[in-house]
Design a protein around this ligand. Structure first.
Ligand code: SF4
Ligand code: SF4
Length: 120
């Protein structure tokens, strides 16, 4: 990942068709079992080489709903292997061995703190 959708999501669908790599699924397909949209960390490319900023967050009408998460890279794989999804739930992945593009200008501190992708 990349980015993460939290429980303030209102399932409005504004984000899903904006994603250039189809990394987002709706509440019915959320592999964590939560009743809101989900970003697959092994599919999200942080919109690198597609847009200047994450398109999902730009489209989202809910303040602070889509935040940064850790990069889906070799150095941070343990973050996704444990129960570090919201409320200690495990992430859902299709390819745990994937190495995904990441935006180097977003600090690990901001990712750890899950700051909002869209700055107020
Ligand atoms: S940041 Fe870009 S690639 Fe990642 S889920 Fe959002 S729209 Fe898709
Ligand atoms: S745009 Fe935001 S509120 Fe709407 S479904 Fe996507 S994450 Fe949820």
């Amino acid at each position: 990942m990349a980015v993460i959708i939290n429980d303030t999501c209102i399932n409005c669908a504004a984000c899903i068709d904006e994603c250039p790599v189809e990394a987002i699924v709706d509440e019915d397909d959320n592999p964590t079992g939560e009743e809101y949209y989900y970003v697959y960390p092994d599919k999200c490319v942080e919109c690198v080489d597609h847009f200047d900023t994450p398109a999902c967050a730009e489209a989202c009408p809910t303040e602070d709903c889509i935040t940064w998460d850790m990069p889906f890279t070799a150095d941070h794989k343990e973050h996704f292997a444990g129960g570090n999804y919201l409320d200690g739930i495990n992430y859902g992945m299709d390819d745990a061995d994937a190495i995904m593009p990441t935006r180097d200008d977003i600090s690990i501190e901001d990712r750890t703190a899950r700051v909002s992708v869209v700055e107020e």
